[in-house]
Design a protein around this ligand. Structure first.
Ligand SMILES: *Cc1c(COP(=O)(O)O)cnc(C)c1O
Length: 466
């Protein structure tokens, strides 16, 4: 067939709409959207016949039936692609516990139930049940945080980036932010501290050097324009070797003596000391409060193990000013986040965080526990074409936290007679639910650390189908 003949043989929209395959799509997706997508597919094919007649996509289409089937295939593909772009559950077999691309911390059962209840009708988001008058959004969470951590006051915004921006904008706009040269960093993706400071309307005054900053450097840099001292936790990097920086308590004392606000961007905001499970150097929120840091912020969905949020804690005078910032309205969180965050904090308050927060439980799992679960999965996989092995390896904390942490794990390694590692990885990604695994040295690797118990069956079934 010449390109012109192909153009003339393309099926009409009406003919395509009568096909069984297309009828099935109409039943699911609605007639209008199928017709619109068909129009796009036929336009696309016409353009290819005209402009790239030698392209391998269309070269082999030798008769009207082949053209029709190609149109059907492209139509179905469009709906698959659209479905894949929608937010959906995936099985995280990467071993990266706080995987930012996969939604960071999975929520606890209690948090899921709290969200479901808050979403299923009205709730007292800004309504005081004691007085029957208008209440304060987040007041319940604030008193939970006060009781648990002994802080003075708290505010909650959408994420830690918003917390940093809002704090600096409130307290330092038009003035200078003192920050160590070693802390002006990028935390991954789109969070670059210097850019956020600039947007807050404050100017950066760099203190010390990249590897060594002393308390005296801060003391000497303070002038009449100094509005705040900022300390940022080196979340995803380490400066090692010849290094120095003042302790939190020293900086807090200096700030107090000079009557300047001091703000710590803690990043992860662990509430539990995780050194015992192989995550050293991850400071806790309690540690900062004990060092008399008057104002600090951290994420809700990193080591805290809750929903995406930014939590600001500290002295009431600072928190009140932050809450009065008109931009607070743009960064406030909704009823679903408050309910999930309250349930997450309640889990710490009743000392059940280690077992009931999925991210914390996953971080704690020993290599032996992961190995036992991996063997359980392997027992379920009947597939002669696969070679399955258990290998030693490491899992990763993720979420820009604890780059130095080592979490020894047991990996399922897969190789196949008929599929490459890349093909297996892609096939698992197309599974329902999608399974995300990683490839190393031409082996497909599955880490059970981040797979929940009730996902094991789905995982085994998908491996059996490879
Ligand atoms: C992760 C991180 C942020 C950004 O937190 P989000 O909640 O993702 O906005 C800011 N500062 C530090 C130190 C971090 O580690």
């Amino acid at each position: 067939m010449t390109p012109e003949q192909k153009l003339r043989s393309l099926p009409s929209i009406d003919a395509l709409l009568r096909r069984d395959e297309v009828q099935r799509l109409i039943a699911k997706q609605g007639r209008d959207s199928v017709r619109d997508r068909l129009r796009e597919v036929l336009d696309e094919m016409r353009a290819e016949f005209r402009h790239e007649p030698q392209s391998s996509n269309i070269n082999g289409l030798a008769n009207a039936e082949a053209l029709t089937q190609e149109a059907e295939r492209r139509l179905a593909n469009r709906f698959v692609k659209r479905q894949q772009a929608l937010t959906q559950r995936v099985i995280n077999a990467t071993g990266v516990v706080l995987h930012t691309n996969l939604g960071r911390a999975p929520l606890s059962q209690a948090a899921i139930e709290a969200i479901t209840k808050a979403a299923s009708g009205y709730c007292n988001l800004e309504y005081d049940l004691t007085t029957g008058a208008r209440g304060k959004r987040g007041s319940g969470l604030e008193s939970m945080l006060r009781d648990l951590l002994g802080c003075d006051a708290a505010a909650v915004v959408n994420n830690c980036a918003a917390a940093v921006y809002l704090t600096l904008n409130t307290l330092a706009e038009g003035g200078e932010v003192l920050v160590s040269r070693g802390e002006l960093v990028e935390i991954g993706g789109s969070f670059r501290l210097p850019d956020v400071i600039a947007k807050s309307g404050a100017r950066i005054r760099e203190v010390g050097t990249t590897n060594r900053t002393r308390l005296s450097d801060f003391a000497e840099a303070i002038n009449e324009n100094t509005k705040i001292i900022l300390r940022s936790h080196p979340s995803n990097y380490r400066i090692i070797g010849f290094t120095e920086r003042p302790s939190l308590a020293e900086l807090a004392q200096l700030a107090r003596e000079r009557n300047i606000p001091f703000f710590e961007d803690l990043g992860s905001g662990a509430l539990l000391d995780l050194a015992a499970i192989g995550i050293p150097d991850e400071p806790t929120v309690q540690h900062s409060l004990q060092a008399n840091v008057p104002l600090l912020a951290f994420s809700g969905d990193k080591l805290l193990g809750g929903p995406q949020a930014g939590i600001i804690l500290g002295q009431k005078e600072f928190i009140d000013r932050i809450k009065r910032n008109p931009m607070m309205r743009a960064f406030r969180v909704d009823k679903l986040i408050f309910s999930a965050l309250e349930a997450t904090i309640a889990t710490y308050a009743n000392s059940k965080a280690l077992t009931e927060l999925p991210a914390i439980a996953a971080l704690q799992a020993t290599k032996e526990e992961v190995a036992r679960r991996a063997r359980n999965v392997l027992r379920r996989v009947r597939n002669d074409k696969l070679k399955l092995q258990l290998l030693d390896g490491n899992s990763v904390v993720g979420g820009g936290s604890a780059p130095g942490a080592v979490l020894p794990t047991k990996l399922i390694s897969l190789t196949s007679d008929h599929l490459s590692a890349t093909e297996m990885e892609a096939q698992l990604r197309q599974n329902t639910p999608p399974i995300i695994a990683r490839i190393e040295e031409n082996k497909l690797l599955v880490d059970l650390r981040t797979v929940s118990k009730n996902e094991e069956k789905e995982l085994a079934a998908a491996l059996a189908r490879l």
